[in-house]
Design a protein around this ligand. Structure first.
Ligand code: 13P
Ligand code: SF4
Length: 302
């Protein structure tokens, strides 16, 4: 493993590459990355980065977003089939039909979506800025795709908005049930329960805090509590344990492992650098339209 890490560092310099990793990546991948964070942070990093190659350790929509925001860079996704089932729950065709059914309503698309869906949208958002983005729009009625749970989370905080939601969801977060929260509260009454807004609204309602992966990490870092129950993918435990070695962390559900996020290993990063694989390309017209929607998000969420 040490040899592979050293090889990666050498290749990285040779290729003038930067490694970005999402908070859900394996510990070994987070450790060799130059930047680790949530999807909003990684989008901002990709926009301003100085390098020739971006190795994106995450899932396809994230690497595609980096390519759209940094079109002059070579963007590589180490595992070609690391996708996001939620992003696949809506197509551009579905979205066009929805737009026809609600003419005039602007479309906000969660960044967990394809480039084609972003291109059909007015503005993108991530879980850390969804409320801010939706509240910045003057329209009362808005279309929000594809995550119904994040959409519900936003609509509960912005009751004046009429939000048309699409029934997409994250299969990993959907496993958490109210009974899991009740059981953990009974067993660990002092612990803080921190969840991602991709969880079912009934679960979010019982939590002490809901936020993006980085917001969960920041919350725990600053909290006076010493025990935390985490309702998001287990990759966040890596940073949490490093930042709060004095605290106890438990997962709200044993199945909180995103199989797609876990495909990337040190070996995949090494192969990606050595063989320039797998290069992300986005059709120019789609990229231009998707860039507008992403650019509006970056502007609104500043
Ligand atoms: P964040 O934007 O919080 O990093 O979440 C991305 C994601 O895919 C959550 O499942
Ligand atoms: Fe997609 Fe869920 Fe995995 Fe996030 S955790 S990448 S939403 S499948």
């Amino acid at each position: 493993m040490k040899d592979l890490q050293a090889e990666i560092q050498l290749l990285k310099q040779k290729r003038k590459a930067i490694i970005l990793a999402h908070n859900y990546q394996l510990d070994e991948v987070q450790e060799i990355a130059d930047f680790v964070g949530d999807s909003f942070y990684l989008s901002k990093v990709a926009t301003g980065i100085e390098c020739e190659v971006i190795i994106f350790c995450g899932v396809k929509f994230m690497a595609e977003t980096a390519k759209i925001l940094a079109p002059d860079k070579v963007v590589l996704l180490p595992e070609n089939d690391a996708g996001c089932p939620m992003a696949d729950m809506i197509t551009e065709e579905d979205l066009r039909k929805l737009k026809n059914a609600y003419p005039g309503a602007p479309v906000i698309c969660y960044i967990n979506s394809s480039a084609a869906v972003k291109a059909e949208s007015d503005v993108c958002c991530t879980s850390s800025n969804a409320v801010k983005v939706v509240s910045s729009l003057p329209d009362r009625q808005v279309i929000f795709v594809p995550d119904k749970n994040l959409g519900t989370y936003v609509s509960q905080r912005l009751p004046a908005k009429e939000m048309v939601l699409w029934p997409g969801h994250c299969v990993t977060h959907a496993q958490i049930k109210v009974s899991d929260v009740e059981a953990v509260r009974a067993r660990h009454p002092q612990a803080q329960i921190l969840v991602h807004p991709e969880c079912d609204p009934s679960v979010v309602a019982l939590a002490d805090f809901a936020g993006s992966t980085s917001e969960i990490i920041n919350y725990a870092e600053r909290s006076a509590a010493k025990a935390f129950i985490i309702g998001t993918e287990m990759g966040v435990l890596h940073k949490l344990k490093a930042l709060r070695p004095d605290s106890q962390f438990l997962l709200l559900h044993p199945g909180l492992v995103c199989p797609n996020m876990k495909k990337t290993r040190l070996r995949s990063v090494y192969e990606a650098l050595r063989n320039s694989q797998h290069e992300i390309t986005v059709d120019e017209d789609l990229a231009r339209r998707a860039r507008t929607a992403l650019g509006r998000m970056l502007e609104m969420a500043k």
